[in-house]
Design a protein around this ligand. Structure first.
Ligand code: SAM
Length: 217
Protein backbone atom coordinates (compact mmCIF):
# COMPACT_ATOMS: atom_id res chain seq x y z
CA UNK A 1 0.00 0.00 0.00
CA UNK A 2 1.38 3.37 -1.06
CA UNK A 3 1.88 5.80 1.83
CA UNK A 4 1.44 9.49 1.11
CA UNK A 5 2.15 11.90 3.94
CA UNK A 6 1.38 15.60 3.74
CA UNK A 7 3.05 18.30 5.81
CA UNK A 8 0.81 21.35 6.07
CA UNK A 9 -0.28 24.20 8.32
CA UNK A 10 -3.88 23.65 7.14
CA UNK A 11 -4.79 19.97 7.64
CA UNK A 12 -8.51 20.74 7.45
CA UNK A 13 -8.14 21.67 3.78
CA UNK A 14 -7.51 18.01 2.92
CA UNK A 15 -10.53 16.49 4.66
CA UNK A 16 -13.09 16.98 1.87
CA UNK A 17 -10.76 16.04 -0.97
CA UNK A 18 -9.16 12.94 0.57
CA UNK A 19 -12.45 11.60 1.97
CA UNK A 20 -14.50 11.86 -1.23
CA UNK A 21 -14.86 9.92 -4.45
CA UNK A 22 -11.76 8.09 -5.76
CA UNK A 23 -9.48 9.18 -2.91
CA UNK A 24 -11.89 7.74 -0.38
CA UNK A 25 -12.32 4.55 -2.42
CA UNK A 26 -8.55 4.14 -2.79
CA UNK A 27 -8.14 4.27 1.00
CA UNK A 28 -11.02 1.87 1.57
CA UNK A 29 -9.46 -0.59 -0.85
CA UNK A 30 -6.07 -0.17 0.86
CA UNK A 31 -4.39 1.08 -2.31
CA UNK A 32 -3.15 4.14 -0.43
CA UNK A 33 -2.74 5.44 3.10
CA UNK A 34 -2.78 9.19 3.76
CA UNK A 35 -1.21 10.73 6.84
CA UNK A 36 -1.59 14.45 7.46
CA UNK A 37 1.08 16.08 9.60
CA UNK A 38 0.31 19.46 11.12
CA UNK A 39 3.47 21.54 10.84
CA UNK A 40 2.25 23.55 13.84
CA UNK A 41 2.89 20.50 16.05
CA UNK A 42 6.59 20.99 15.33
CA UNK A 43 6.53 24.75 15.99
CA UNK A 44 8.93 26.35 18.44
CA UNK A 45 8.16 27.56 21.96
CA UNK A 46 4.84 27.95 23.74
CA UNK A 47 3.32 29.73 20.71
CA UNK A 48 4.44 26.95 18.35
CA UNK A 49 6.14 29.43 16.02
CA UNK A 50 6.71 28.16 12.48
CA UNK A 51 7.65 31.32 10.54
CA UNK A 52 10.03 34.26 10.78
CA UNK A 53 11.21 37.25 8.76
CA UNK A 54 13.75 36.79 5.95
CA UNK A 55 17.41 37.67 6.47
CA UNK A 56 18.36 40.55 4.21
CA UNK A 57 14.88 42.06 4.49
CA UNK A 58 11.83 41.78 2.28
CA UNK A 59 8.10 41.36 2.59
CA UNK A 60 6.41 38.45 4.27
CA UNK A 61 7.46 35.53 6.39
CA UNK A 62 9.30 32.30 5.68
CA UNK A 63 8.75 28.85 7.14
CA UNK A 64 11.61 28.22 9.58
CA UNK A 65 13.92 25.23 9.15
CA UNK A 66 13.46 23.63 12.60
CA UNK A 67 9.71 22.84 12.33
CA UNK A 68 10.13 21.61 8.73
CA UNK A 69 13.09 19.37 9.62
CA UNK A 70 11.12 18.03 12.61
CA UNK A 71 8.03 17.26 10.53
CA UNK A 72 9.96 15.72 7.62
CA UNK A 73 12.00 13.51 9.95
CA UNK A 74 8.82 12.40 11.72
CA UNK A 75 7.34 11.44 8.33
CA UNK A 76 10.53 9.62 7.32
CA UNK A 77 10.43 7.60 10.54
CA UNK A 78 6.82 6.64 9.83
CA UNK A 79 7.58 5.46 6.27
CA UNK A 80 11.28 4.84 5.79
CA UNK A 81 12.73 5.59 2.37
CA UNK A 82 9.89 7.94 1.41
CA UNK A 83 10.67 10.51 -1.27
CA UNK A 84 10.37 14.11 -0.04
CA UNK A 85 8.58 16.34 -2.54
CA UNK A 86 8.40 20.10 -2.09
CA UNK A 87 5.57 22.13 -3.63
CA UNK A 88 7.09 25.24 -5.19
CA UNK A 89 6.49 27.40 -8.27
CA UNK A 90 10.24 27.01 -8.88
CA UNK A 91 9.88 23.23 -9.31
CA UNK A 92 9.58 20.99 -12.33
CA UNK A 93 6.17 21.27 -14.03
CA UNK A 94 3.89 18.35 -13.06
CA UNK A 95 2.82 16.11 -15.94
CA UNK A 96 0.59 13.11 -16.54
CA UNK A 97 3.67 11.00 -17.34
CA UNK A 98 5.05 11.76 -13.86
CA UNK A 99 1.72 10.86 -12.25
CA UNK A 100 1.75 7.55 -14.14
CA UNK A 101 5.34 6.81 -13.06
CA UNK A 102 4.66 7.60 -9.41
CA UNK A 103 1.45 5.53 -9.41
CA UNK A 104 3.27 2.51 -10.86
CA UNK A 105 6.30 2.75 -8.57
CA UNK A 106 6.47 1.24 -5.10
CA UNK A 107 7.77 4.52 -3.64
CA UNK A 108 6.10 6.31 -0.73
CA UNK A 109 5.93 10.12 -0.70
CA UNK A 110 6.07 13.03 1.73
CA UNK A 111 4.56 16.18 0.22
CA UNK A 112 5.66 19.44 1.83
CA UNK A 113 3.28 22.42 1.49
CA UNK A 114 4.91 25.82 1.65
CA UNK A 115 3.08 28.95 2.91
CA UNK A 116 3.64 32.69 3.27
CA UNK A 117 6.61 33.81 1.12
CA UNK A 118 8.02 30.29 1.10
CA UNK A 119 10.56 28.38 3.19
CA UNK A 120 14.11 28.58 4.47
CA UNK A 121 16.28 27.30 1.60
CA UNK A 122 18.15 24.90 3.90
CA UNK A 123 15.24 22.44 3.81
CA UNK A 124 16.29 21.60 0.25
CA UNK A 125 18.95 19.33 1.80
CA UNK A 126 16.07 16.99 2.73
CA UNK A 127 14.12 17.33 -0.53
CA UNK A 128 14.29 14.77 -3.36
CA UNK A 129 12.14 16.65 -5.85
CA UNK A 130 10.62 20.10 -6.30
CA UNK A 131 7.29 20.20 -8.13
CA UNK A 132 5.23 23.05 -9.60
CA UNK A 133 1.65 22.72 -10.83
CA UNK A 134 2.00 25.62 -13.25
CA UNK A 135 3.47 29.01 -13.92
CA UNK A 136 1.42 30.97 -11.40
CA UNK A 137 1.67 31.58 -7.66
CA UNK A 138 -0.85 30.14 -5.20
CA UNK A 139 -1.20 31.06 -1.54
CA UNK A 140 0.09 27.72 -0.32
CA UNK A 141 1.22 24.26 -1.38
CA UNK A 142 -2.02 22.57 -0.30
CA UNK A 143 -3.88 22.85 -3.63
CA UNK A 144 -0.79 21.71 -5.58
CA UNK A 145 -0.40 18.75 -3.18
CA UNK A 146 -4.06 17.78 -3.65
CA UNK A 147 -3.69 18.06 -7.43
CA UNK A 148 -0.65 15.81 -7.44
CA UNK A 149 -2.19 13.28 -5.07
CA UNK A 150 -5.40 13.04 -7.13
CA UNK A 151 -3.51 12.61 -10.39
CA UNK A 152 -1.38 9.78 -8.91
CA UNK A 153 -3.91 7.90 -6.82
CA UNK A 154 -6.52 7.51 -9.59
CA UNK A 155 -3.80 5.76 -11.64
CA UNK A 156 -2.78 3.25 -8.95
CA UNK A 157 -3.73 -0.13 -10.44
CA UNK A 158 -7.24 -1.12 -9.37
CA UNK A 159 -8.39 2.29 -8.13
CA UNK A 160 -10.37 3.22 -11.24
CA UNK A 161 -11.95 -0.24 -11.15
CA UNK A 162 -14.01 -1.12 -14.22
CA UNK A 163 -13.17 2.15 -15.90
CA UNK A 164 -10.26 1.71 -18.28
CA UNK A 165 -10.62 5.32 -19.33
CA UNK A 166 -7.15 6.22 -18.01
CA UNK A 167 -5.69 4.32 -20.98
CA UNK A 168 -7.32 6.59 -23.54
CA UNK A 169 -7.77 9.90 -21.78
CA UNK A 170 -5.96 13.15 -22.44
CA UNK A 171 -2.14 13.08 -22.16
CA UNK A 172 -2.10 9.27 -21.71
CA UNK A 173 0.35 9.02 -24.63
CA UNK A 174 2.08 12.21 -23.59
CA UNK A 175 0.73 14.42 -26.36
CA UNK A 176 -2.86 13.80 -27.40
CA UNK A 177 -6.05 15.30 -25.96
CA UNK A 178 -9.13 13.13 -25.73
CA UNK A 179 -11.68 13.12 -28.58
CA UNK A 180 -15.14 14.75 -28.05
CA UNK A 181 -17.67 12.56 -26.22
CA UNK A 182 -21.50 12.50 -26.20
CA UNK A 183 -24.21 10.76 -24.19
CA UNK A 184 -28.02 10.66 -24.34
CA UNK A 185 -30.18 12.34 -25.62
CA UNK A 186 -29.38 11.93 -29.31
CA UNK A 187 -30.67 15.48 -29.97
CA UNK A 188 -30.47 18.25 -27.39
CA UNK A 189 -31.57 21.84 -28.11
CA UNK A 190 -31.44 20.95 -31.83
CA UNK A 191 -27.81 19.81 -31.47
CA UNK A 192 -27.30 16.28 -32.75
CA UNK A 193 -24.64 13.70 -31.98
CA UNK A 194 -22.16 12.99 -34.84
CA UNK A 195 -23.83 10.26 -36.95
CA UNK A 196 -20.76 8.04 -37.01
CA UNK A 197 -21.03 7.51 -33.23
CA UNK A 198 -24.52 6.06 -33.72
CA UNK A 199 -23.48 3.80 -36.60
CA UNK A 200 -22.22 0.83 -34.58
CA UNK A 201 -19.25 0.65 -36.99
CA UNK A 202 -16.33 0.31 -34.59
CA UNK A 203 -13.64 0.86 -37.21
CA UNK A 204 -15.29 4.08 -38.40
CA UNK A 205 -15.79 5.25 -34.81
CA UNK A 206 -12.13 4.60 -33.98
CA UNK A 207 -11.09 6.50 -37.14
CA UNK A 208 -13.36 9.46 -36.25
CA UNK A 209 -12.03 9.55 -32.70
CA UNK A 210 -8.44 9.51 -33.88
CA UNK A 211 -9.12 12.30 -36.37
CA UNK A 212 -10.83 14.36 -33.66
CA UNK A 213 -8.15 14.00 -30.99
CA UNK A 214 -6.16 17.21 -30.78
CA UNK A 215 -2.47 17.50 -30.11
CA UNK A 216 -1.65 18.98 -26.70
CA UNK A 217 0.48 22.14 -26.85
N1 SAM B 1 7.61 33.68 -2.82
C1 SAM B 1 7.43 32.48 -3.57
C2 SAM B 1 7.93 32.67 -4.98
O1 SAM B 1 7.92 33.79 -5.49
O2 SAM B 1 8.31 31.66 -5.62
C3 SAM B 1 5.96 32.08 -3.62
C4 SAM B 1 5.43 31.62 -2.30
S1 SAM B 1 3.75 31.05 -2.38
C5 SAM B 1 2.85 32.46 -1.93
C6 SAM B 1 3.62 30.03 -0.95
C7 SAM B 1 3.79 28.55 -1.21
O3 SAM B 1 2.74 28.10 -2.05
C8 SAM B 1 5.05 28.10 -1.91
O4 SAM B 1 6.14 28.01 -1.03
C9 SAM B 1 4.64 26.75 -2.46
O5 SAM B 1 4.72 25.76 -1.47
C10 SAM B 1 3.18 26.96 -2.80
N2 SAM B 1 2.95 27.24 -4.23
C11 SAM B 1 2.51 28.41 -4.77
N3 SAM B 1 2.39 28.32 -6.11
C12 SAM B 1 2.75 27.06 -6.44
C13 SAM B 1 2.84 26.36 -7.68
N4 SAM B 1 2.56 26.93 -8.83
N5 SAM B 1 3.24 25.06 -7.65
C14 SAM B 1 3.54 24.47 -6.49
N6 SAM B 1 3.50 25.09 -5.28
C15 SAM B 1 3.10 26.37 -5.25
Amino acid sequence: MKKIQIITLFPEMFEGVLNSSMMWKAQKEKAVEFRIINLRDFGLGPRKQVDDTPYGGGDGMLLMPEPLFGAINDAKNYAKGSKVVLMTPKGQRWKQSEARGWADSSDDYILVCGRYEGYDERILTLVDKQVSVGDYVLTGGELPAMTIIDSIVRLIPGVLGGENSAEIESFSDGETLEFPQYTRPEVFNEMGVPKVLLSGNHAEIAKWRQENSEKAE
